[in-house]
Design a binder for this molecule. Structure first.
Ligand code: 13P
Length: 247
């Protein structure tokens, strides 16, 4: 089973029209492997801007959305609005949403269900904290997070699972290729047991956490690593190297 390599850039709350415009120009002009799905996660206020400037071969993702289509929810953005901007993806359950903004598994599950029902693709993030890894409960944590997502998914073809160990995010401490492969393999096994063999074989499991041009190739060579979710390096021309990690 071949799974198409998937590279998401998560710009987080960074950039402005000038710097993001320059980044987009660099991306549009670069030679990128056509066998890779590339999606840029733009700040909500720049979704329209990013979609209008980025070449059509690149996807755009929102970094969050709410769990209903419309209503009195000041400051929130619905999947319907995201789609109305021509944007096809949303990142949900990112560790910063979980740990800075206190989003619960339950809310992430509800958002996942609604985003998928609205026709968005979902990049669903999971990952353990340092004390959880050191306490030997990595599997327990990521399986529990995955279960809540799985309980809310009907069509797995629109879901990418992003394993992002919290201790590796923004720290410069990339997981080793072996550490990433080990968790990705276990997640695939979990999907086989709890969802289906077909889903386990087809769903892309991507890695995030301090991925750079220097670390991407060896990580990409791991059997169960189907791509990346990139933070810091996605704001630099280095993202091209990461997109082309398998080329
Ligand atoms: P960094 O690549 O900056 O560690 O961020 C990873 C991340 O959180 C992507 O969603």
């Amino acid at each position: 089973m071949t799974r198409k390599f998937f590279v998401g850039g998560n710009w987080k709350m960074n950039g402005d029209k000038k710097s993001l415009g320059e980044l987009i120009q660099t991306m549009n002009g670069a030679k990128v492997d056509p066998n890779v799905d590339v999606v840029c996660g733009a700040p909500t206020i720049y979704l329209d801007f990013a979609r209008s400037k980025l070449d059509a071969k690149f996807g755009v993702a929102a970094q969050n959305c709410y769990k209903v289509a419309k209503g009195a929810f000041t400051g929130e953005t619905s999947p319907a609005m995201i789609k109305d901007c021509g944007v096809e993806w949303v990142i949900l359950g990112h560790s910063e949403r979980r740990h800075v903004f206190g989003e619960s598994d339950e809310l992430i599950g509800q958002k996942t269900a609604h985003a998928l029902e609205s026709g968005l693709g979902v990049i669903a993030c999971i990952g353990e904290k340092l004390d959880e890894r050191e306490g030997g409960i990595t599997e327990k944590v990521v399986f529990a997070q995955t279960k809540v997502i799985a309980d809310n998914v009907k069509d797995w073809s629109k879901v990418v699972l992003a394993y992002e160990p919290v201790w590796a995010i923004g720290t410069g401490k990339t997981a080793s290729p072996q550490q990433a492969q080990e968790v990705h393999h276990k997640l695939r096994d979990w999907l086989k047991t709890h969802v289906s063999e077909a889903v386990a074989n087809s769903v892309r499991i991507i890695y995030g956490g301090s991925v750079t041009g220097g670390t991407c190739k060896e990580l990409a060579s791991q059997k169960d690593v189907d791509g990346f979710l990139v933070g810091g390096a996605s704001l630099k021309p280095e993202i091209i190297e990461i997109i082309n990690a398998k080329a």
